[in-house]
Design a protein around this ligand. Structure first.
Ligand code: NDP
Length: 496
């Protein structure tokens, strides 16, 4: 039985981790999905290693293949770009239904591969399904713009869009399936073809996605999935002259690299969704019973490994002491390693977070909760949610994205100061504002440098609204018509 058939059938969590425990050599060979097939024959010496974050040891292995995938996507583009909206919508709905049927399988593998809890994994699988359903129906109800220019005779002016071509779709390891499908769904919907590259660190659900495409009868070549490292595979993909657009989600440094790598190819569409260091502003009129859990969820969901996490909390001076104490108590009670908190994704990431905490120690930062973790015992990469205070505004702890279960709490006096502190950061992805004062909601929200502002809520998403960041958090927006802008070329036609 092929590997894909085996993985496809392992449902419950225990069964999947049991299977991993008995793997010969602890190795899983993940084959690239190109031109509608898993390519089974590769020379073994070219495989790359990866690993999983938890106690179950296994090493997915990948192979670098870029050209064959780009070729397959280029070959089918002329046909796919002319397919009807109905055809594209039907195939996307079939994909959504198959993932829905295999929801548990996807959730189990996502949880094992990334370290997230099963509960969190299920939410993300559901969101992946919504990505396909949303764009499947969006294209059936699209509106265009038509105008008449006065004169004798008058002229009809209208906007016409056509698919751009082959896309490189590159995603990070923190929400592997959800973020990749956020790119794949609109790419297919708007008539483009693509080569998707998940992070090599978390590739199993993307591997399963290839099987979904096969079963949904997505024409071969329309979407190819390749595994491999960023600097090798990802970079070669981005630079390929036949790739006409790049939709990338990941770190700011990688985003800059991609921009440099494509600068000469000026017509290549680029959408870059990058990192964040998001502020949570808590004013003195909040209800503690709501504000504390909300700020904690925003800080620690998925172990703080979500680009939208609120990792810098600022609290009004009048409620600062009380907030700190209730927040710490709440986090201690609700976030327990091995239960509601999983391991962080990898050894490399564990070491990175630990380095920031060691730095905090040298700066005499106060650890309100937890301490610098000791070296790992080989039993997974666990970091207890950590709450810091007395952090200097200019410290790297406060300025750089740690992307782990670490939050800082600082104080502000006035509304003006709160806005200044929130904006005093190179990033501008998201922000959270907690207050009951309706006029303040608008006053503050409209001045924060962030692509997304959540007032008294967090992580609420309507897929038609713009998603993306300001400043170092990226260029461009995705979602609804914004995704259409990424994946289509626009021409304005004037007809006398
Ligand atoms: P990276 O930027 O390291 O990697 C992202 C993806 O890019 C991976 O698939 C990686 O491959 C690939 N890659 C790396 N180098 C290159 C290159 N030179 N050319 C092309 N592709 C490359 O980010 P992480 O995976 O570490 O993810 C964490 C980051 O992602 C955080 O900064 C987080 O904020 C951000 N993020 C942003 C979101 C947003 O919507 N704005 C959402 C989620 C995360 P590989 O891993 O295989 O090496």
């Amino acid at each position: 039985m092929s590997l894909i058939s085996k993985l496809w059938k392992l449902d419950p969590f225990e069964c999947a981790s049991g299977y991993l425990g008995n793997l010969p050599g602890n190795e899983l060979y993940l084959h690239n999905f190109i031109d509608g097939q898993f390519s089974e024959q590769h020379p073994p010496e070219k495989w790359l290693d990866s690993h999983n974050p938890g106690p179950a040891r296994y090493w997915p292995r990948h192979l670098r293949v870029v050209n064959r995938a780009v070729e397959a996507a280029s070959r089918v583009f002329p046909l796919w770009s002319k397919s009807s909206r109905q055809e594209r919508s039907d195939v996307l709905l079939r994909i959504a239904s198959i993932i829905q049927e295999k929801r548990d399988t996807f959730a189990v593998w996502e949880s094992l591969d990334q370290g997230k809890t099963l509960l969190r994994a299920r939410v993300e699988v559901d969101r992946a399904i919504s990505n396909f359903r949303y764009f499947a129906t969006y294209i059936l109800h699209e509106e265009g713009s038509v105008r008449f220019v006065d004169g004798q005779p008058s002229t009809l002016t209208y906007e016409h869009r056509s698919p751009v071509g082959v896309f490189a779709l590159i995603s990070p390891w923190n929400m592997p399936l959800y973020l990749l499908t956020w790119k794949i769904a609109p790419c297919i919907a708007f008539g483009c073809t693509g080569v998707a590259k998940p992070s090599e660190v978390t590739s199993i659900t993307s591997y399963l996605l290839g099987e979904v495409f096969r079963q949904a009868k997505l024409p071969p070549g329309v979407m190819n999935i390749i595994f491999g490292d960023g600097p090798g595979t990802g970079s070669a993909l981005v630079k390929s002259p036949r790739v006409r657009g790049v939709s990338f989600t990941g770190g700011t440094k990688t985003g800059i690299r991609i921009r440099q790598d494509t600068v000469e190819d000026i017509g290549k569409h680029l959408s870059l969704e990058l990192g964040g260091k998001n502020p949570t502003l808590i004013f003195d009129d909040v209800d503690f019973a709501e504000a504390v859990p909300l700020a904690a969820t925003a800080a620690f969901e998925n172990n703080g490994q979500i680009c939208l996490c609120g990792s810098r909390i600022y609290v009004h001076a009048d409620i600062y002491e009380r907030f700190c104490s209730e927040f710490v108590e709440y986090v201690q009670k609700h976030y327990r390693c091995g239960d509601t908190v999983g391991p962080v994704v990898s050894k490399v990431h564990y070491d990175k977070i630990r380095t920031y905490l060691l730095q905090a120690q040298t700066e005499n930062v106060t650890f309100l909760l937890s301490e610098v973790p000791t070296k790992t015992s080989g039993n997974g990469y666990w970091i207890t949610p950590t709450v810091l205070s007395n952090v200097d505004d200019q410290s790297i702890i406060q300025r750089e994205e740690i992307f782990g279960p670490v939050v800082t709490i600082s104080v502000f006096g006035t509304e003006e100061e709160a806005i200044e502190l929130a904006n005093d950061n190179p990033n501008g992805l998201a922000s959270i504002l907690l207050t009951k004062d309706v006029s303040r909601m608008r006053r503050v929200a409209e001045r924060i440098d962030a692509g997304l502002v959540w007032v008294n809520c967090w992580l609420v998403r309507e897929l038609g609204t713009a998603f993306g960041g300001m400043k170092a958090s990226g260029t461009g927006r995705e979602g609804g018509a914004h995704s259409r802008d990424v994946f289509t070329n626009l021409r304005t036609i004037h007809v006398r």
